[in-house]
Design a protein around this ligand. Structure first.
Ligand code: UCC
Length: 552
């Protein structure tokens, strides 16, 4: 482990120098991605030009091992923490290059778990290479025009070309393809039965495919780039609408299991989304703190002004809580990838991680984006200026509440886990949280009694509520609040674990860790009861929003 700290330090130095400059180059409007569809002879070329900084960020990412560290596994189950710690440093300076990295990471995991022997030889080593000349990034194409999160409406079709070679031709339209300049992609398509010519509708008719972006002669592999998206943020990241016309591809995993297979990618990119928003908040808070130390208001600086201190402290608390949740997910991801398959600890970790991932994505992204907006306010008019950098971070973070599933889609994923496990997932989750509370209580009973009582009571209320409602027809209505309540309780438990560890080991800042825990648990939101809502209330709300004629 002695190699990790110096490596983090050298990367920390780079992110404020050359990596920062690369990110600024990408964020320069003169360098935003451009699409050239035709050459001088009116031949279709569909070339996307990106900033030099974008290419440099790719090379740095490969050299720094931002994907590979997780798969080299030199540090066993801690490799993921090491990798995400580096990503956490890199991301706020890297103008969203963490987007292609996250999808590449997910694709590497799919290749490792589901890839054929050929795929493991051809793609996996590239996705995890540290050599920029060998390193490939992967896209992930799901979204289509008729449905975003509802992939059951997918229109793209896959036709079998050669069963022995597992060769398919894919045609259709992908409405959002992030980081379109990637070297390969993972995509969902609906298979045409080679015997009957029939197509199975719904999401069970979808399979996962891997395809290279270009053919060996350098031509695009049956892809036409219709246009680049004009987005609110992530301006340097090329996102395109793609028409697929006979794209050569190979099926990954079982036919009809496309959604379940691509979920391995989603469960990784969703953690990237949480960590990505978290580290943007850290960057913006650092700017706000620095400003507070220097800005004179009346006869004192802002850091001596109680109202300003308490505002920043609330944001710091959101940061600490979010850091706990996000890196707990990272820790579990590392453990589930490294522990032996039959290890009971791994089974438990997998159960907890499956529930925690959508909670982390939904809750952390939501509260951190709101907090980033407030850091802007903490600088007054200066915060609103582009040069300061908060605006860029806010725009680029906002997408994390949307891509890879919006807050509500993630809340429904929490419901999917609760229902599929018939309540077992929540039970395991509660047991794991309770064990952490018990350890903290045993170490310092006097310090943690009040917080422990609050967390346990809150957790119990959530379980009672979920058990009461999970089979009701109106359960979906409550899932956003349940997800957020689980997020608050998870953060509280982990803040307690942190404080207990800091006290036991006499770590500097232990008192502040205890204060953070107590503030978190004493907040009125923390003990806010979950209130059941009926369809009559929703109808009232629908009329309020859409007018008196609205119906359900
Ligand atoms: O936006 C995109 C690219 C952006 C790049 C982002 C980079 C982020 C980096 C940040 C850096 C700062 S790509 C588009 C993203 N799209 C989505 O995320 C889709 C959102 N929609 C959903 O998540 C939906 O809930 C669906 C697509 C999963 C719903 O599909 P279905 O088929 O209707 O769902 P089912 O029928 O419930 O699930 C099918 C199977 C089930 O397994 P079986 O068949 O064994 O029962 C589910 O349990 O899939 C399983 N499953 C999962 N398993 C579904 N979701 C998961 C999951 N998350 N984990 C494990």
């Amino acid at each position: 482990m002695t190699d990790i700290e110096p490596d983090l330090k050298q990367l920390g130095d780079r992110v404020v120098t050359d990596i920062f400059a690369m990110g600024e180059n990408v964020e320069d409007p003169n360098n935003y991605p451009r699409l050239q569809q035709y050459d001088a002879w009116c031949r279709r070329v569909d070339e996307i030009t990106v900033a030099q900084g974008w290419k440099d960020l790719n090379d740095v990412a490969a050299e720094e091992g931002l994907v590979s560290i997780a798969y080299e596994r030199h540090h066993g189950e801690y490799s993921r923490i090491y990798q995400f710690a580096k990503g956490y440093l890199y991301s706020p300076s890297a103008a969203l290059y963490s987007c292609p990295l996250s999808m590449t990471d997910g694709a590497a995991r799919v290749m490792e778990v589901y890839g054929s022997k050929d795929m493991k030889q051809k793609y996996y080593p590239r996705l995890i290479s540290r050599d920029p000349k060998v390193f490939w990034t992967s896209g992930q194409w799901m979204t289509e025009r008729p449905g975003g999160s509802d992939v059951s409406r997918t229109e793209t079709l896959a036709e079998l070309v050669d069963a022995k070679e597992n060769k398919w031709k894919i045609s259709g339209f992908k409405w959002f393809s992030s980081a379109t300049t990637a070297d390969m992609t993972m995509l969902l398509a609906r298979t045409i039965d080679p015997d009957t010519g029939l197509v199975q509708q719904g999401s069970r008719g979808l399979s996962l495919f891997v395809a290279e972006m270009r053919k060996p002669d350098g031509q695009l592999n049956g892809v036409r780039v219709h246009r680049l998206k004009d987005k609110y943020g992530t301006k340097g990241l090329p996102t395109a609408e793609l028409e697929l016309n006979g794209m050569e591809a190979h099926m990954v995993g079982q036919p009809g299991r496309g959604v379940a297979t691509i979920a391995s990618i989603l469960n990784i990119t969703r953690i990237y989304s949480a960590v990505g928003t978290l580290c943007s908040l850290r960057r913006c808070l650092a700017i706000a703190k620095d400003f507070a130390l220097k800005r004179q208001v009346g006869n004192r600086t802002l850091d001596k002004t109680p109202l300003h201190i308490t505002t920043l402290a609330r944001l710091e608390l959101i940061f600490r809580a979010s850091a706990q949740i996000s890196f707990y997910a990272v820790q579990l991801l590392g453990r589930t990838e490294c522990l032996p398959e039959n290890d009971p600890q791994r089974q438990q970790d997998m159960e907890v991680l499956r529930l925690l991932t959508p909670i982390a994505k939904a809750y952390v992204c939501r509260i951190c984006v709101d907090a980033i907006s407030e850091t802007m306010e903490a600088l007054g008019g200066q915060g609103y200026m582009e040069e300061i950098g908060i605006g860029k971070n806010l725009r680029n973070s906002q997408v994390n509440t949307i891509w890879e599933g919006t807050t509500n889609v993630l809340a429904l994923d929490v419901l999917r886990v609760l229902q599929k496990s018939k309540g077992a997932a929540l039970k395991t989750f509660a047991e794991v949280m309770d064990k952490k509370i018990q350890v903290a209580l045993t170490s310092s009973p006097m310090v943690f009694t009040d917080a422990a009582q609050r967390i346990r009571s809150s957790l119990k209320d959530i379980i009672v509520f979920v058990n009461e409602h999970q089979r009701s027809a109106t359960v979906e209505i409550h899932m956003r609040e349940v997800t957020f309540a689980l997020g608050r309780v998870t953060a509280a438990t982990l803040l307690m674990e942190q404080a207990a560890w800091a006290l036991t080991n006499s770590v500097a800042g232990a008192e502040q860790d205890v204060a953070a825990l107590n503030q978190w648990c004493q907040n009125s939101q923390f003990s806010k009861p979950l209130v059941a809502v009926g369809l009559d209330t929703i109808l009232q709300e629908a009329k309020m929003v859409f007018g008196p004629d609205a119906k359900l």
